[in-house]
Design a protein around this ligand. Sequence first.
Ligand SMILES: *[C@@H]1O[C@H](CO)[C@@H](O)[C@H](O)[C@H]1NC(C)=O
Ligand SMILES: *[C@@H]1O[C@H](CO)[C@@H](O)[C@H](O)[C@H]1NC(C)=O
Ligand SMILES: *[C@@H]1O[C@H](CO)[C@@H](O)[C@H](O)[C@H]1NC(C)=O
Ligand SMILES: *[C@@H]1O[C@H](CO)[C@@H](O)[C@H](O)[C@H]1NC(C)=O
Ligand SMILES: *[C@@H]1O[C@H](CO)[C@@H](O)[C@H](O)[C@H]1NC(C)=O
Ligand SMILES: *[C@@H]1O[C@H](CO)[C@@H](O)[C@H](O)[C@H]1NC(C)=O
Ligand SMILES: *[C@@H]1O[C@H](CO)[C@@H](O)[C@H](O)[C@H]1NC(C)=O
Ligand SMILES: *[C@@H]1O[C@H](CO)[C@@H](O)[C@H](O)[C@H]1NC(C)=O
Ligand SMILES: *[C@@H]1O[C@H](CO)[C@@H](O)[C@H](O)[C@H]1NC(C)=O
Ligand SMILES: *[C@@H]1O[C@H](CO)[C@@H](O)[C@H](O)[C@H]1NC(C)=O
Ligand SMILES: *[C@@H]1O[C@H](CO)[C@@H](O)[C@H](O)[C@H]1NC(C)=O
Ligand SMILES: *[C@@H]1O[C@H](CO)[C@@H](O)[C@H](O)[C@H]1NC(C)=O
Length: 370
Amino acid sequence: MDKMHWILFLHILMGQCCFFTCRLYEYHFIAENKSWYEAQRYCREKYTDLAKVFDMTDMSRLRNSTQNQGEAWIGLNNNTGGNRMWHWSLPGVEYIQNDSSWNLSGRAYWEYPGNCVRKRDKLADVSCNTMTWFICYDEMKKDNKTLYLITTPMNWTQAQTYCRYNHTDLASGLDQVDGEEMKALFAGRVMSVWIGLFRDSWRWSDGSDFSFRYWDMQLFNDEQSNKTCAMTLLNRSGKWSSDECDKEKPFFCYDDKVILVKENKTWEEALYYCRDKYLDLVSITNLEDQQWVQEKAKNASTPFVWLGLRYTCTLGFWFWVTDEVVEYKNWDSDGTTDGCDMSAAMESGEKHKWFNKLDNNLFNFFCYKN
Ligand SMILES: *[C@@H]1O[C@H](CO)[C@@H](O)[C@H](O)[C@H]1NC(C)=O
Ligand SMILES: *[C@@H]1O[C@H](CO)[C@@H](O)[C@H](O)[C@H]1NC(C)=O
Ligand SMILES: *[C@@H]1O[C@H](CO)[C@@H](O)[C@H](O)[C@H]1NC(C)=O
Ligand SMILES: *[C@@H]1O[C@H](CO)[C@@H](O)[C@H](O)[C@H]1NC(C)=O
Ligand SMILES: *[C@@H]1O[C@H](CO)[C@@H](O)[C@H](O)[C@H]1NC(C)=O
Ligand SMILES: *[C@@H]1O[C@H](CO)[C@@H](O)[C@H](O)[C@H]1NC(C)=O
Ligand SMILES: *[C@@H]1O[C@H](CO)[C@@H](O)[C@H](O)[C@H]1NC(C)=O
Ligand SMILES: *[C@@H]1O[C@H](CO)[C@@H](O)[C@H](O)[C@H]1NC(C)=O
Ligand SMILES: *[C@@H]1O[C@H](CO)[C@@H](O)[C@H](O)[C@H]1NC(C)=O
Ligand SMILES: *[C@@H]1O[C@H](CO)[C@@H](O)[C@H](O)[C@H]1NC(C)=O
Ligand SMILES: *[C@@H]1O[C@H](CO)[C@@H](O)[C@H](O)[C@H]1NC(C)=O
Ligand SMILES: *[C@@H]1O[C@H](CO)[C@@H](O)[C@H](O)[C@H]1NC(C)=O
């Protein structure tokens, strides 16, 4: 029995070594002048789609992928008929409507309607130009503290810039916004503060709902305009502005390195399938990877999706089949009891947490591809 496990373990580690080569997606700069829609067609043919951007790290990778200093299309456009959607400012936090957090009768008489959200007791949507205090979130958790009240009045965009520079971001997600630490910050006071919630009608070309925006507020004006396609200005730190979609510019594509295989297989079958047809089962080693992969999990036909994370009974630890270090974790709080013949699977819905599951379950799975 033990010998069998040991052999399987060695066998699994003899797969592809992905350590530096397996990345979840790559950017490609295309130095040809095309309209936004032509560019979109080109990217979908040759790669995956026009580039989408998850956070500042992505922005840095995008800029680093070219020497060009001009303007270039990215995969964001406003051709949505004005259908606005809410987004949290902190990358990776998904917006889920919960009426009990809002005051649906809304604003006070002195507040103007708008696309940014302030919290008093409850939330209300007000003009982003409003100057008010705000709450930053800090992931460093110094002295267990994650939320900081800043008592310098700023508009929403300035407040976001402040928080991203000095902390992590504006407070984002109902756990932060309605949680105990926030209640303690308010301490019974009546005050109005910005939180990291905004809405817009911009959408990514591939339909994903990444909330990251990097508008150059000196050039960009999200109002009545026929400039409905987004570009990055490489000579202005890559900040974004908008232009008419039929203007011809160079552009960025992205190439997806992860594929969701919608076949039902045991964990071992999935492993050999990936190694045979693609590269390997996928590893998730940071929040950004988690977000990238969880977008795809929504499309699975099974309630869970296999990852390349496996428990070795013989040695008593979890390991990625691609040999990466198990540092980042996203276990469900009930999902971590170790056990023989167990591997990790991501929930297709809900919060996309990881659960340990017996290997003989039949699930869809993620492979790395070339
Ligand atoms: C794209 O257009 C710009 C401005 O019209 C021009 O300077 C550049 O040479 C063109 N690039 C290519 C590859 O045609
Ligand atoms: C982009 O290049 C700069 C300068 O070479 C470097 O400091 C930075 O780490 C690079 N960013 C990424 C995400 O690789
Ligand atoms: C950036 O490039 C654009 C043309 O693509 C030019 O109009 C603008 O002046 C440049 N800005 C800076 C700060 O160099
Ligand atoms: C909405 O928020 C309330 C209070 O924070 C919570 O009790 C409730 O479970 C939430 N509802 C949903 C659907 O998340
Ligand atoms: C909702 O907002 C209105 C207008 O500001 C206010 O009169 C009312 O007390 C608020 N209700 C709650 C439950 O906070
Ligand atoms: C916020 O203030 C800055 C600086 O005063 C300004 O450039 C920007 O347009 C304002 N943004 C909004 C959304 O009000
Ligand atoms: C930090 O907060 C957690 C949960 O709120 C608590 O269990 C822990 O004791 C706190 N640690 C310190 C050093 O205050
Ligand atoms: C960071 O905080 C300092 C001190 O509060 C402030 O002066 C500065 O403007 C902040 N940085 C940004 C980018 O807002
Ligand atoms: C985006 O589209 C909506 C609805 O058509 C419009 O209200 C908004 O002003 C547009 N923004 C830009 C920058 O074109
Ligand atoms: C967009 O608006 C500008 C100024 O109003 C106008 O000159 C231009 O022709 C318009 N472009 C399109 C494609 O409608
Ligand atoms: C989900 O599947 C549909 C149909 O196969 C496809 O059009 C869509 O792009 C997929 N979404 C994601 C996020 O992969
Ligand atoms: C995989 O299993 C799910 C139920 O878990 C089922 O709905 C789906 O049709 C199955 N797919 C295939 C390709 O057998």
